[in-house]
Ligand binder design. Structure first.
Ligand SMILES: NC(=O)C1=CN([C@@H]2O[C@H](COP(=O)(O)OP(=O)(O)OC[C@H]3O[C@@H](n4cnc5c(N)ncnc54)[C@H](OP(=O)(O)O)[C@@H]3O)[C@@H](O)[C@H]2O)C=CC1
Ligand SMILES: O=C(O)CCC(=O)C(=O)O
Length: 451
């Protein structure tokens, strides 16, 4: 048995119920095989085994009082996975599905993603099974304050710097940061995604969606194809999806879909900038359902199906797919549906949105397939830029940050292709992203000795 297979088997045996974590580890370990022969020092120092074991995991009680004056209790998590190359860094997810397996898969992916950005950031992730949907601002604030009442002792600008993810946007970051500042009496860059008035970076809200589109354009360019005039399917209707729509519009593509967890909208006329602003207002301010879009604009609404179900069932032609909702939203059948309907490029805005079987379909059909840890790395990269601005007490202009984001995405794209070629897998972005992200972290861990 190879070292990497051993690691997968051990992870499965030690934590048998953590299926999302197994999936993430398996995908990475499969592709790291070529590094084993070339780096005997990684084997000797048990780097593969150490990579899948978090530095520490904190699980905590989050009690809070709802608007009816009743006490509620949720579970909080922070997995500090690896800080070899910089402070732990990664978002917080508030969603009822959150459990240790999901937080570990996200934290594990974050190690390699953050390494790819070239910035000094280790990997971590956290969150809670709290559901912000349907809660008042007061309830969300009291929950965030209780969450921070425990989290504050584990984080710091040089230790661990959380940010947003599903269910954690500007509102939540404001409540979390305000409470941290209150109890630590410290105004410091301990969170990213902050409001611009109190230390946030321009372009951070846009960065994940914009970066995903920049990555897609780089992939398309390798085949001499332009995004202009292409039909683009996007899933999700949250932060990543909204700014992916905005950037596709700026680059001359046509976005034909959007969804939330209850329904999918197909708009054959295209989700133009005005409709995109409508979605932002609907989702970020009114916190309504995406089905309302079809009441306002002439568009089809499919209850209970995600974007990929609808594309497959209805035979909707698509050139480019940008999954921006959640993990495993694209299964094998969805992937085949995309292939059958003409898709040439998939760039993941979400984390692990494609199942392993779906990835095999994309690769077997020679699609340009960009895994999330490369294609959505613009969000955390811009968080890294926010950290730099905070520590130097400077604020950069919109154009300056966007320019740096674009260069980082181009750099990640090149690193993926270079590593894939160097390790005998030319054009394979999955292998390239995993190896390029891993080797830097692994070399650093070797340099530190056994710690
Ligand atoms: N925010 C960031 O900077 C980064 C985010 N990501 C990843 O991008 C993805 C989206 O995150 P983000 O936009 O920030 O989160 P948001 O909470 O802003 O939006 C998530 C969107 O996805 C929808 N969604 C969630 N679950 C499902 C589902 N099962 N089926 C269909 N739609 C669903 C939500 O619907 P509803 O409104 O019904 O909840 C919502 O519209 C996640 O995978 C996240 O990990 C990756 C890198 C950085
Ligand atoms: O900006 C960050 O620190 C986190 C972004 C994130 O959670 C992610 O990349 O998945």
């Amino acid at each position: 048995m190879s070292v990497t297979n051993d690691v997968v088997a051990r992870v499965r045996q030690m934590d048998p119920d953590q299926k999302e974590f197994h999936q993430a580890v398996e995908e990475v370990m499969e592709t790291l095989e070529p590094t084993v022969d070339r780096h005997p020092e990684f084997v000797k120092m048990k780097i593969y085994e150490r990579l899948v074991e978090p530095e520490r995991t904190v699980i905590f009680r989050v009690p809070w009082v709802d608007d009816r004056n009743e006490v509620q209790v949720n579970r909080g998590f922070r997995v500090q996975f690896n800080n070899a190359i910089g402070p732990f860094k990664g978002g917080l997810r508030f969603h009822p599905s959150v459990n240790l397996s999901i937080i570990k898969f996200l934290g594990f992916e974050q190690i390699l993603k953050n390494s790819l950005t070239t910035l000094a950031m280790g990997g971590g992730k956290g969150g809670s099974d709290f559901d912000p949907k349907g809660k008042s601002d007061g309830e969300v604030m009291r929950f965030c304050q209780s969450f921070m009442r425990e989290l504050f002792r584990h984080i710091g600008p040089e230790t661990d710097v959380p940010a947003g993810d599903i269910g954690v946007g500007g509102r939540e970051i404001g409540y979390l940061y305000g409470y941290y500042k209150k109890i630590r009496n410290d105004h410091t860059g301990v969170l990213t995604g902050k409001g611009i008035e109190y230390g946030g970076s321009l372009i951070r809200p846009e960065a994940t969606g914009y970066g995903t589109v920049y990555f897609a354009t780089e992939m398309l360019a390798t085949r001499g194809i332009d995004l202009k005039g292409k039909r683009v399917a996007i899933s999700g209707a949250g932060n990543v999806a909204q700014f992916a729509i905005e950037k596709v519009n700026q680059m001359g593509g046509t976005v034909i879909s959007v969804c939330d967890s209850t329904s999918t909208i197909i708009d054959e006329q295209g989700i133009d900038p005005e409709k995109c602003r409508y979605i932002m207002e609907l989702k970020n301010i009114r916190r309504g359902r995406i089905s309302e879009y079809a009441d306002t604009y002439k568009a089809a609404c499919f209850e209970g199906d995600n974007v990929w179900d609808v594309i497959r069932k209805e035979g909707i032609k698509v050139d480019v797919a940008l999954p921006c909702a959640t993990q495993n939203e694209i299964d094998e059948g969805h992937a085949q549906g995309l292939v059958n309907n003409g898709c040439i490029c998939v760039a993941e805005g979400a984390n692990m949105p494609s199942s392993p079987e779906a990835i095999r379909v994309f690769q077997a059909n020679n699609l340009l397939y960009g895994p999330g840890k490369a294609s959505n790395a613009g969000g955390v990269a811009t968080s890294g830029l926010e950290m730099s601005q905070n520590s130097s007490k400077l604020s950069w202009s919109r154009d300056e940050v966007d320019g740096k984001l674009l260069n980082i995405m181009k750099g990640i794209h090149k690193s993926c292709l270079d590593a894939a070629e160097a390790y005998g897998k030319k054009g394979d972005y999955v292998t390239g992203a995993n190896i390029a992200g891993f080797v830097k972290v692994a070399k650093t861990m070797v340099a530190y000795g056994v710690v």
